[in-house]
Design a protein around this ligand. Structure first.
Ligand SMILES: [Fe+2]
Ligand SMILES: [Fe+2]
Length: 474
């Protein structure tokens, strides 16, 4: 098979002159397409979707819009431009030139970091594969597919690193990335949240708001890495990630908007009664906030972690916005406050800052998430509805870290397992909630029309009108 690399795989890594990498990609590309056809969006292969495709990393090149059949999408390989002067700016190697090749002593750790990041990308495509069938509008269907093809491109980005820098075992890992499946009992995806089902559009929007934002924070700290190709790859991925979080935040906001509008119009005071109007009531949305927030916090790992300390001191993974933090970027003498449970009480303890880096990244994440909730809360406020969304306590419903095995209420009260379980259905989406939301979902394909449960967006994509034909069916 002959591939015109400049054309079919847009790239800025000079693929045409790298024979080994070409051969590896030649083998991998058909397998990727096989994976896409198997586990990508169902019944989507013939749809013409108004997609954004990156063809270069400059301002004009990264956002080219046009109709594309998704299997023909040009999944490219893009790294932010090289800065030959770049230095490692934290940890034990601070001040040394950034690595252009993998340092031997960190090889297996780096490979693990890249594989773990890479594994989340195809996982979310698998989780979302059925959603096109219940898209509430063409605009939303297009956004879903945009997220899906870009997660596919993020997989390419990680596979590029594995194949280019890790030789044979990198190539093997690239194959395994196409073999694991979200939710599979024998061969699941690596991280828990990526094996959860994305059952309907509320789950999808919440996932894109909460979990894609975890992606942003992980990518941001890898964008600081001393391993320069990883840093540059992640920088470019972040430009695409912003759209995924927009889809999530605005999607939830539009559901809130619609519910509040109808509540105001019908003078409904008990938010639970909103279901009579065929919309998602605000207390149910709060349950989804509780669920998605808590499972996403688990993705940050244990609050206290010697691995996190090692990643930092060895220069592999920095902090969020490392360069903007005003300290010595070594953290050997610093401490950081970490909440934990002691004798049935939540206490905050100062621990060595290096071991608390997961907790710190999580705290940075929570700040941004809180900003999103504040924006959501302006909607009921404007419409005179007294309901407000609230993040649950960090210890609520946790499976990883110092709260795992404990039972903490959304308000931060430590309780017994049976007490906690007796409240579970108030705090987390239960089967009845899911079934109710399922009952609202149905595909709307008339341009400019939206399902009853969601408000139209404020504006269209790429300055197109809201009633633009974002997906064509022939
Ligand atoms: Fe991604
Ligand atoms: Fe994403």
């Amino acid at each position: 098979m002959n591939i015109d690399y400049g054309q079919l795989i847009p790239n800025n890594v000079d693929l045409a002159s790298d024979r080994t990498l070409q051969r590896a990609l030649e083998r991998w590309q058909p397998e990727f397409l096989g994976w896409w056809k198997d586990t990508g969006p169902v019944k989507s292969n013939d749809l013409q979707v108004y997609l954004r495709t990156a063809v270069s990393v400059d301002r004009d090149g990264w956002a080219n819009f046009g109709y594309v059949k998704m299997p023909d999408y040009r999944w490219g390989i893009f790294l932010n431009p090289n800065d030959p002067e770049r230095k490692i700016h934290f940890g034990d190697h601070k001040g040394e030139p950034a690595w252009q090749e993998v340092p031997g002593e960190y090889r297996s750790t780096l490979r693990r970091i890249i594989v773990t990041q890479g594994d989340t990308e195809p996982a979310s495509v698998e989780q979302q594969r059925l959603l096109g069938k219940t898209a509430p509008s063409l605009y939303d269907m297009r956004n879903l597919f945009q997220v899906n093809v870009e997660e596919g491109r993020h997989l390419w980005a990680m596979v590029y690193l594995l194949q280019r820098y890790f030789g044979r075992d990198g190539r093997e890992e690239a194959e395994y990335l196409l073999q694991r499946r979200s939710g599979d009992t024998n061969n699941p995806r690596i991280l828990g949240a990526f094996n959860e089902q994305t059952r309907h559009w509320i789950a999808f929007f919440m996932f894109a708001f909460f979990t894609d934002r975890d992606g942003k924070f992980q990518l941001s700290s890898l964008a600081e890495s001393g391993f320069d190709p990883l840093a540059r790859t992640c920088r470019f991925m972040l430009t695409e990630e912003a759209h995924h979080m927009f889809v999530g935040e605005s999607g939830v906001a539009r559901a809130i908007q619609r519910t509040c509008e109808l509540m105001a119009e019908h003078k409904i005071s008990d938010p639970r009664d909103a279901r009579k109007l065929g919309v998602v009531d605000l207390p149910t949305l709060q349950k989804f906030v509780n669920f998605h927030f808590s499972v996403t916090l688990d993705l940050f790992g244990s609050e206290i972690s010697s691995n996190a300390a090692t990643y930092y001191t060895t220069g592999l993974k920095g902090r969020y916005e490392e360069a903007k933090k005003a300290d010595d970027h070594e953290l050997k003498n610093d401490t950081y406050p970490v909440p934990q449970i002691e004798n049935g009480q939540i206490v905050v303890k100062d621990v060595p800052a290096l071991t608390a880096l997961n907790c710190r990244l999580r705290d940075d994440y929570i700040k941004e998430i809180q900003g999103g909730l504040d924006r959501w809360n302006r909607i009921p406020e404007k419409l005179g509805i007294p309901f407000r969304f609230k993040l649950p306590h960090v210890g609520f419903h946790r499976a990883i870290g110092s709260f795992a095995g404990h039972h903490v209420s959304p308000d931060g009260e430590v309780m017994t397992e049976s007490e906690w379980n007796s409240h579970r259905a108030e705090w987390m989406p239960n089967e009845e909630d899911h079934a109710y939301i399922d009952s609202l979902m149905g595909q709307v394909i008339e341009p400019g029309k939206f399902a009853n449960w969601i408000a139209p967006p404020a504006r269209g994509i790429n300055s197109q009108p809201i009633d633009f034909e974002y997906v064509r069916f022939n």
